[in-house]
Ligand binder design. Structure first.
Ligand code: F6P
Length: 470
């Protein structure tokens, strides 16, 4: 296999003094290192007149190339179309989706800029792997500039059916953009069904017997393979991290502060897809419905602030501040705070220890591509005395984590009953459930995910026209 070139909006360039990268970044770095690869994307910086000449650094056997965005494109491409149009749309939240033609144009322009900046760095033998909703049109822009390399795309978030996607004025264009890829991967069977439904109802394309659709892109007949590749974590690595962190000062302080109460933990970006208000209401329902848990259980929610430039995120922050205050006002005792709400990021290492200390991991998104916190919570557990995962049936992880207690986050009473069951679950059942989930996590790691996606991409034939003229 030739060199792998990964493209994503955010690039995990190693920086001194920064916390270690997450499982996904580690897996991508492994495949990049093995092929002497390149990781390309946005620098995270904005400036007035950015150049399309990428800044390049080499670190740990990997080349990193990044470009800056203009303030205008940060607003239109990132805060606007990516995170205020596509993000709510792909998470089935049509009521939160906004659409603005100027932002749609900025999205396309940034994808064109990315393609233009990357093209000179590519060699004919490279395999290009583009990630996530911010960059759907990038392959079409690369093809328009003459790129013939194999190009794969992976969508980390859910793929809704056409009944939802069609709310987007550019839905058909976006689907046609996907035809520029040789392989489009999604997280779950449910997402694959959504994507196939979109091709059928949106473009009238039905997959062939081996799961590919055909269409013309830049004058070339192409076939695009569609498949599901559920992402995993570095299971062993995270388990080791949690084992060590359990003796660290933060986890020890947390344990000491709990006394003999049980801990329920949740941790994510402060994002409306994560169902945080529903979770808080579910916890309040637990206290109302099962008073034996009063002063016996504490719920720690870490919510790392995110995308503050988007109004719906600022509104969510206000809603959570109010809810946490209300629940504590209603139920707290002078020596017990039921909800510990931390609205900022906490280091991965620290979280690993908190997960291990928690009797229940509460992961209840309203929609989620996969949800790696669910997997990390399980990997972090003590095999002798594991905790219970309470998981939303709307997380991609629910498709394979059969040992979890599944819950519909919209039903606060059901969440209360499930939490009660989790808190009372006997050790033998906890172990059995945990072991079954751990077996799955050990098989389906982040590295396996990356390798299997790239192996499928490598095996696909190039378009005939390209082979004839090669
Ligand atoms: O997993 C979805 C995702 O949007 C990634 O593409 C992204 O890097 C991450 O969440 C964090 O979001 P953001 O880059 O907008 O801060």
């Amino acid at each position: 296999m030739g060199r792998v070139v990964v493209v994503s909006n955010r690039v995990a360039v190693p920086r001194r003094g920064e916390p270690s990268a997450g499982g996904l970044a580690v897996a991508l770095k492994d495949v990049l290192k093995a092929s002497g690869g390149l990781w390309f994307g946005w620098s995270g910086e904005t400036r007035r007149n950015p150049s399309l000449e990428p800044r390049q650094v080499r670190s740990g056997g990997i080349d990193y190339a990044t470009i800056d965005l203009s303030d205008e494109d940060h607003k239109g491409f990132y805060a606007g179309y990516s995170n205020n149009t596509l993000w709510p749309l792909f998470h089935f939240r049509l009521g939160l989706m906004e659409y603005d033609r100027a932002e749609a144009a900025s999205y396309r322009k940034v994808n064109r800029d990315f393609a233009q900046a990357l093209l000179p760095l590519l060699t004919p033998e490279d395999t290009v792997w583009i990630h996530d909703y911010q960059l759907i049109p990038m392959a079409a822009e690369l093809r328009a500039l003459g790129a013939r390399q194999r190009i794969g795309f992976f969508l980390h978030i859910p793929f809704p059916p056409f009944a939802v996607l069609s709310a987007l004025p550019d839905a058909e264009q976006l689907l046609r953009d996907l035809l520029a890829y040789d392989l489009v991967g999604v997280q779950t069977k449910r997402d694959l069904a959504g994507m196939i439904n979109c091709f059928q109802d949106g473009l009238g394309l039905t997959p062939d017997a081996t799961g590919g659709v055909r269409g013309e892109v830049a004058g070339v007949q192409r076939r695009t393979q569609l498949s599901a590749h559920p992402i995993g974590i570095d299971t062993r690595g995270f388990a080791t991290l949690a084992r060590k962190a359990a003796y660290g000062p933060e986890t020890q302080r947390l344990i000491a502060s709990m006394g003999d109460r049980s801990l329920i933990v949740g941790a994510e970006r402060l994002d409306y897809t994560k169902g945080l208000p529903h979770r808080m209401r579910g916890f309040a329902a637990l206290l109302a419905k099962f008073p034996e848990h009063l002063n016996r259980v504490t719920y720690l929610q870490v919510a790392a602030r995110s995308r503050n430039e988007v109004a719906s995120y600022r509104n969510l922050r206000r809603e959570l501040d109010t809810l946490a205050g209300r629940i504590n006002g209603d139920y707290a005792e002078f020596d017990w705070t039921p909800v510990r709400y931390v609205a900022r990021a906490v280091a991965r290492e620290t979280l690993a220890g908190f997960y291990r200390a928690a009797r229940v991991g509460l992961v209840t998104p309203l929609r989620d591509g996969m949800n790696l916190v669910a997997k990390e919570y399980v990997a972090a557990q003590d095999p002798e005395d594991p905790g219970v995962l309470v998981l939303s049936s709307f997380a991609g992880a629910a498709e394979t984590m059969e040992g979890a207690l599944l819950v519909n986050p919209l039903d606060a009473e059901a969440m209360a009953e499930t939490l009660d069951r989790a808190l009372k679950m006997p050790l033998a059942e906890r172990r059995e459930r945990w072991e079954s989930m751990m077996r799955g996590l050990e098989e389906q790691t982040a590295t396996r995910w990356a390798e299997s996606f790239l192996a499928e991409l490598e095996e696909l034939p190039l378009p005939e026209q390209d082979l004839l003229s090669a």
